[in-house]
Each structure stands twice: as C-alpha cells, then as structure tokens.
Ligand binder design. Structure first.
Ligand code: 5AD
Ligand code: SF4
Length: 493
C-alpha cells in the first residue's frame, strides 16, 4: 500500500464528533477529514467532483512543497488539473528576484475573472513572496477576492487553513515569521513516479547580502537522519529510483539534529538503500564543500556525476561584499579539486551580474573563472534589489545599460563553453533515466544522464522510469540526440 493510500485509510476512520487532537500530524489528519466534509458538500451542491490547480514558481524547494500541498488536496477529495479554470487555484510563489513577484501580480487579475464565472472558486497564495509583509498588505488592500494566504513555515497546516476558510467565509491570512518545527508523516504526492525530491533541511543561515531567502525561509534546521531514510525507503518501495536531496546549503546539513552528522555521512547512509539507483543533491555552498564529501562522491556508485556549485561572482572583492566567505582563489581550488577527483563530473553554477559596485574589472574576473572552470551549464541572473537585504541599501547600484551589456557578454561565453562541454561525450554510450515523452516529437523519449544532460531518442512510453543505455549520437549544443543500445535478443545492454 502506498503512503497516500495508508493515510487515506487512517483519515477515513477519524471521528469528527470529538475535539481536534493537540499534536501534529494527527491534528492535521483531523482537519483533512473535516475539510473532506466541506468539500464533499460543495461537490454535491455543484453536482460534480471538485478540481484544483497548483502553479509553482521558483526553485526545487517550492516544487517539493507543492507536492505536499497536492498530497493534502487529494486527501480532501480534489482532482488535480492543469487548468486554472478550477474550483481551487493555488499559487506557490517565489520572491528571489523582483520579476517573480511581478509575474504573480500580473496573473491575479486573470484569476479574478475566472472567479467571477465560478463564485465558489477559492484562491490561495502561499510560498516565499507571502513572507514579505508589504506583499500581504498589498493583497489585503487591492486583491480582496483572494481566499487564503499562508507562508513557507506552515504549509503543513494547509487542511486546517482550508477548514478555517470554509467556516469563516473571509480572507484567511496565516504567516509565521520563523519556526523550528518540522512536521513529519504528512500526505504528499509525487509529480514523477520514479524520481522524487526529499527535503533534508529547511532555511538558510548564510545571509548572502543580496539574498532574501534567509528572511523568507527562516533559520537553518535539518531533518533527523531516520526520518530522511524512512521517507526514501518508502519512496523506493513505491517505485522511485532517483532522489534529489534538497536544502539551501546541503553541505552544512546535520549540525542541529539529535546526533549531529556530516552531509557526506548522510550520503553514505542513503547509498545503502537497496533499490535506489541514483542520488542527486542541491545546493552546495562552496565555502562548506569538504574533502570528505569529495571523497564520498568519488567512491560512490549512486551519486550522480553532477555538482551545482554557485559562483555568484569571480571577484574576491565582490564576493566579500556578497558575504560569500570565499575568495576567487578558494573557489578555483575547490572546483579543481573536485574535477581532479572525479574527472567526468559536470559542474554547473549560478552567477549574478551587476551586484552593487561591480566594476568592469570585477566582471572580467567572473569571465575568467567561467573560462577556467568550463561549466557544463550556468544560470545567469541580473542582480535584483530585494528590500530588506544589506545589498539593497548600497548606494553604488550599477546602471541597467551596463548590466545588460555585461549580461549578454557573459551569456555568450557561458553558452559557447556549454556547447563545447556537452560535445565531449558525443559517441559514448551512457546510462539514462527515461523521464518522459519528448514535448516536440511524441515518438521520442527524453532521458537524463548522470551528469544532468538530456538526451532525446526513439522509444516508447513503457521505457519511462527505467534506466537504459543510450548512444549519444549527436550533440545539439545543450542536449543530445541518441539511439537506444540494443543487443541482438532485444534486451538492453
Ligand atoms: N538577484 C539576482 N539573483 C539572485 N539570486 C539570489 N538572490 C538574487 C538577487 N537578489 C540567485 C543566486 C542564487 C540563485 C538561486 O538565485 O545566484 O544562487
Ligand atoms: Fe541565499 Fe546565500 Fe542562502 Fe543561497 S546560501 S539561499 S544565496 S543566502
């Protein structure tokens, strides 16, 4: 029985005549059961099953949070659909850059129009953007059709908040500043049957001077090893073969748990899980990348050959202002060390252009690192001023025109190198996890290599979720066109 089915059986037997239990997760199971009644009544009134749509903005953390929200919605009785013409629409928001906020505001008018033709519709906003008090003030004043607002710390209370909304018929707002609470054993639905994200920690203590994450995701707290292992074992028993361990800074995992351990030791424990084939993780802060981790990665059979190692800037002066706690030279040293220990590793990175005070010389230092490390891919961002962060208060903001010009130069450099790096495996045969049908051509499947590159090849949907060997016939810049490697009797070798 899957975890979702087990929970369904528990929830169906809950006696709602009594008081709600005092402790979680039991309290939340009670509210799920209660929300089922309200949703059931509405469904009877409308004469059809209720639908829900969840839009996720931002990073893998948010994607994982959305899976938890979907798990709760399904237990309540909603059918999940892609369209926003639904009875319940949830926006799980991001606020890492200002344009993420603008995208959400831009869509709210559209949702209001849909709601006019379906007055029973509920709209919830949650996630990082809701942790900013100005945002909540603005929504309260100008978007009164929103039903429910909650933040990043209390998503586990989703069912309880839905019940409050059904009972109060007014906008419900519940935002916590921070929490040290981690609630285990809640419902959760996976987007993919064969791969899953697993939170190993929440929050961030680094306070990089440009970044809003520590303010909206709170202080760093790690999950207990036993809880992580139990979740992965459960996933594997349901068919998962690849997991992605998630944290803002996985390299500092395990400092505040009952028996503190390092991230490298956690990886070794995860590696022991039979049936699990691939382990990924993100994100690694360069300042905390230990020799122990490099050693464990180089010996592992399951950890994928990919490391995302955000550079942010190649200038030691800017890195100091960014509060990153490493210099250009230290970054280069650690990157070279890992390339030496694992020669076929794929390194990817994040780079910010136009941090306050960035000069042409600083920018050239960034280009220098990009050329030296040769990233397989790099996410490049234009610096975005986030209210409340130390960098936003700096007077020496770089002009838009200068940023744009540097950004274009960086992008050109990064893309040229990615092409070169991708091409180095042309002609090889590699193991590929087949993830789905190609979006452009339905006769092709799309799979992911250990090093995170994608390959498209002729196949059929029965291959989804399997690890197969594929010849990388042609490199198309950032992905490959491949061919399945079959032997005579038709079995894959
Ligand atoms: N402006 C631009 N990029 C940012 N990032 C974080 N904060 C900002 C900001 N204020 C980028 C960093 C981080 C990635 C997730 O987002 O590069 O690694
Ligand atoms: Fe933001 Fe820095 Fe924490 Fe990453 S490590 S989430 S960039 S503060």
């Amino acid at each position: 029985m899957s975890r979702q089915e087990e929970l369904k059986a528990i929830i169906e037997t809950i006696d709602l005549t009594g008081e709600a239990p005092q402790t979680d997760p039991e309290k939340q199971y009670y509210y799920i059961a209660k929300a089922r009644i309200y949703a059931g009544n509405l469904s009877d009134k409308l004469g059809r099953p209720l639908t829900a749509c969840i839009r996720t903005f931002g990073c893998q953390m948010n994607a994982r949070d959305s899976e938890k929200l979907v798990g709760i919605l399904e237990q309540i009785g909603y059918t999940i659909i892609e369209s926003e013409h639904a009875d319940f629409v949830i926006y799980n928001t991001c606020t890492v850059r200002e344009n993420a906020n603008q995208r959400v505001y831009g869509r709210l008018g559209y949702l209001n129009n849909i709601k006019k033709s379906n007055p029973h519709m509920m709209i919830a906003l949650c996630g990082c953007m809701m942790q900013e008090s100005e945002v909540v003030d603005k929504i309260r004043k100008s978007y009164s059709f929103i039903d429910l607002i909650f933040g990043t710390h209390n998503i586990y209370k989703f069912a309880e908040l839905i019940v409050t909304r059904f009972e109060s018929k007014r906008m419900v707002i519940d935002i916590w500043k921070d929490t040290d609470k981690i609630v285990e054993d809640l419902p959760s639905e996976r987007k993919y049957s064969f791969k899953s994200g697993v939170n190993i920690m929440f929050g961030c203590n680094n306070f990089c001077s440009y970044c809003i994450v520590p303010y909206v995701r709170g202080r760093e707290r790690s999950r207990e090893v036993k809880d992580i292992i139990r979740e992965i074992e459960q996933d594997v028993s349901e068919g998962v073969i690849e997991i992605m361990l998630l944290g803002q800074n996985v390299n500092s995992y395990g400092q505040n748990i009952t028996n503190p351990i390092t991230f490298a030791r956690l990886l070794q424990e995860v590696e022991k899980i039979a049936g699990l084939e691939r382990i990924r993780f993100m994100t690694s802060h360069p300042k905390d990348l230990s020799d122990e981790l490099i050693d464990v990665m180089s010996k592992s059979k399951k950890i994928c050959k990919h490391l995302h190692l955000p550079l942010q800037s190649g200038s030691s002066r800017i890195l100091k202002d960014m509060n990153r706690h490493y210099t250009k030279e230290q970054y280069l040293e650690v990157a070279h060390k890992i390339k030496k220990a694992i020669p076929d590793i794929s390194l990817t990175t994040d780079i910010i252009v136009g941090f306050p005070g960035e000069t042409e010389e600083d920018f050239l230092e960034t280009l220098d690192v990009v050329r030296e490390i040769k990233y397989d891919s790099a996410f490049t961002f234009i610096y975005s001023k986030r209210t409340g962060t130390p960098a936003a208060a700096k007077g020496n903001q770089v002009s838009e025109a200068v940023i744009k010009e540097r950004f274009d130069r960086l992008l050109k450099e990064v893309q040229g190198i990615s092409r070169e790096m991708c091409a180095r495996y042309t002609g090889n045969t590699q193991k590929v996890l087949v993830e789905g049908i190609n979006e452009q051509d339905s006769s092709m499947m799309t799979g992911r290599l250990s090093n995170n590159f994608l390959v498209h090849f002729h196949g059929d949907p029965s291959m989804i979720g399997k690890i197969l060997e594929v010849n990388l016939v042609e490199c198309k810049g950032f992905y490959y066109i491949g061919e399945l490697a079959y032997c005579i009797n038709g079995t894959v070798h």
